[in-house]
Design a binder for this molecule. Structure first.
Ligand code: ZN
Length: 131
């Protein structure tokens, strides 16, 4: 299957990238790729990046994005609740915990205070942390 290649800014009206469609609440649907656009861009330091490429779809064949089903929304809500739950205090902390955090800010504060009072000697402290 072949389709025309345009340079950035030279594509005819009525074509859009997947991202441009998404901004209008549309997806390409089952239509084939209508064209591709290629572009190069020069970074501020003068290095020319490799050619970039994006596929274009016909906007008149694009279909509205299907709204999420109740089951999908429920699954998403469950996933978000898990991410908002502190593994240490088991509370819903109201914000998503970054993946590498093992405790919410409250728990970290408490741990830091305990840390300060229990280990004045940095050597003991390091050993305790490593253990
Ligand atoms: Zn916590």
């Amino acid at each position: 299957m072949t389709f025309p290649t345009y340079r950035w800014g030279w594509a005819p009206e009525g074509l859009a990238t997947r991202r441009q469609l998404a901004l209008r609440g549309l997806t390409p649907g089952r239509q084939p790729i209508a064209a591709e656009i290629v572009w190069r861009y020069r970074r501020r330091d003068g290095v020319t990046r490799p050619t970039r490429l994006a596929y274009l779809y016909r906007t008149d064949l694009a279909v509205p994005k299907r709204p999420a089903t109740p089951a999908q929304l429920a699954a998403l809500a469950r996933a978000m609740r898990v991410r908002r739950t502190c593994p240490t205090c088991r509370r819903d902390i109201g914000y998503c915990l970054p993946h590498h955090w093992t405790a919410c800010l409250d728990c970290q504060d408490t741990a830091d205070q305990r840390h300060d009072t229990e280990h004045d000697d940095p050597q003991t402290c390091a050993a305790a942390t490593a253990a």
